[in-house]
Design a protein around this ligand. Structure first.
Ligand SMILES: O=P(O)(O)OP(=O)(O)OP(=O)(O)OC[C@H]1O[C@@H](n2cnc3c(O)ncnc32)[C@H](O)[C@@H]1O
Ligand SMILES: [Mg+2]
Length: 209
């Protein structure tokens, strides 16, 4: 399997679309998303793992279009919250929640846990962003998977307006910045999605089917 010059990503997340378009442009690829096709089925993200949900997205959309499709299921795992919000990251504050709602919920959960601690710390917990990617070809039923992650801290002081989702709360000590303060290039070089995409490109180039 190999990626066509038009890469269809089974997503409705515009932040993801922007990152994939930016990352794949140097490889001569144009990115399309679910916004570019009419009448696609909704994907029910009821898997218990990121990989399961990514495969479900790629299969649902790939089967509907009859074309190979790339899908991304990703999220934030916060150590002090035992890995939450995890696969529920997009709907942490409820179905249809905005990024702002989810970020507010995350801060309130973490602040509740640190109540009574005598020192006021801006860094509330270690955390990781994780990303499962799957490319699925409905013609051969073959799928190829890749995974990436990045470690950081949740900060009580949101900063930056780049990226999307939980980026303003995800602090990277090595940069002394949040993910939302990085450029698209900088984010891609260190992010879960960047790492997963690099792994996927290697796997695809080694794949002879
Ligand atoms: O399912 P699709 O249509 O791809 O879009 P989505 O936004 O619902 O995406 P997910 O189901 O994979 O949920 C992942 C959530 O995790 C968060 N997330 C994932 N990657 C992120 C990133 O790079 N930066 C910040 N937050 C991220 C963000 O809140 C996402 O909504
Ligand atoms: Mg989703």
């Amino acid at each position: 399997m190999k990626l066509d010059s038009v890469v269809i990503v089974a997503t409705r997340n515009k932040g993801k679309v922007k990152e994939f378009a930016h990352a794949l442009a140097p490889l001569g690829k144009e990115v399309r998303s679910m916004y570019d096709y009419q009448g696609l089925p909704e994907v029910v993200e009821d898997g218990t793992t990121f990989a399961e949900n990514a495969l479900k997205k790629a299969k649902t959309v790939g089967d509907a279009l009859g074309l190979p499709v790339l899908a991304d299921d990703s999220g934030l795992c916060v150590d002090k919250l035992d890995g939450a919000p995890g696969v529920y990251s997009a709907r942490y504050a409820g179905e249809g929640a905005s990024d702002a709602d989810n970020n507010a919920k995350l801060l309130s959960e973490l602040k509740r846990l640190s109540e009574g601690e005598d020192t006021e710390q801006p860094l509330l917990s270690t955390a990781s962003f994780v990303c499962s990617l799957v490319v699925y070809d409905p013609n051969t039923k073959q799928s190829i998977e890749a995974f990436g992650s990045v470690e950081g801290w949740i900060t009580s002081e949101p900063a930056g307006d780049g990226g999307f989702g939980y980026d303003p709360l995800f602090y990277l000590p090595q940069f002394e910045k949040t993910m939302a303060q990085l450029t698209l290039e900088e984010k891609q070089a260190i992010s879960h999605r960047g790492a997963a995409l690099r792994e996927l490109v290697v796997k695809l180039s080694n794949n002879k089917q």
